[in-house]
Design a protein around this ligand. Structure first.
Ligand code: MG
Length: 191
């Protein structure tokens, strides 16, 4: 099987990681519950910042947000390694900017995700992901972002939304935790 995964807030807790870094940078202790209550992807509102201030903060901290110790979601690394061991093809498709692609690949590998040569796609816009996904003829694709999910409706592949507070309005099939993945795919783990 060929499976595609978005990275940020699908496989790793990027917004939560960014939220901690914002708190540190601003010398604040905003409760994480404020993040979980946001129904949008940008996190600046939780700190009372406007969009422009929020963008400035994200740009300032982007290196640390992307390349420090952002935790993967529970079972994400394990489930993908199990699929890789079973011979399934795992593709990563991220809209991170071109200038961050090489280090993102290195980071992903260091975090323990199975990354095989030629199966890392990076630097396209959200709206361009559909072309990569169609070209690869994936069987499954997982993403958190409604703007991406909405572009995939016409494809004959199984698209799942990784549950997040800001995508609950999507009626695409949904996965809540990576511990469910093998069962969802009807795959028995290797003994
Ligand atoms: Mg994402």
């Amino acid at each position: 099987m060929k499976l595609g995964f978005d990275i940020d807030d699908t496989l790793i807790r990027l917004r939560e990681h960014a939220f901690r870094l914002y708190n540190k940078k601003l010398g604040r202790q905003v409760d994480i519950a404020k993040l979980h209550a946001l129904a949008c992807i940008p996190i600046h509102e939780a700190f009372g910042l406007n969009a422009e201030e929020g963008k400035r903060m994200w740009d300032e901290l982007r290196e640390a947000i992307y390349f420090s110790d952002c935790p993967p979601y529970p079972d994400a690394v394990e489930a993908l390694n199990e699929l890789d061991r079973l011979g399934h093809e795992i593709y990563y498709i991220t809209a991170r900017g071109q200038g961050h692609c090489e280090r993102t690949l290195t980071w992903l590998t260091a975090a323990g995700f199975p990354v095989r040569s030629g199966r890392f796609y990076c630097g396209m816009g959200d709206a361009e992901k559909v072309h990569v996904i169609r070209e690869l003829a994936l069987d499954y694709y997982f993403d958190d972002k409604p703007a991406v999910i909405d572009t995939l409706a016409e494809l004959a592949i199984k698209v799942y939304v990784r549950d997040q507070p800001y995508n609950r309005h999507s009626d695409a099939p949904r996965i809540h935790s990576w511990g469910e993945l093998l069962r969802l795919l009807n795959i028995s783990p290797l003994k």
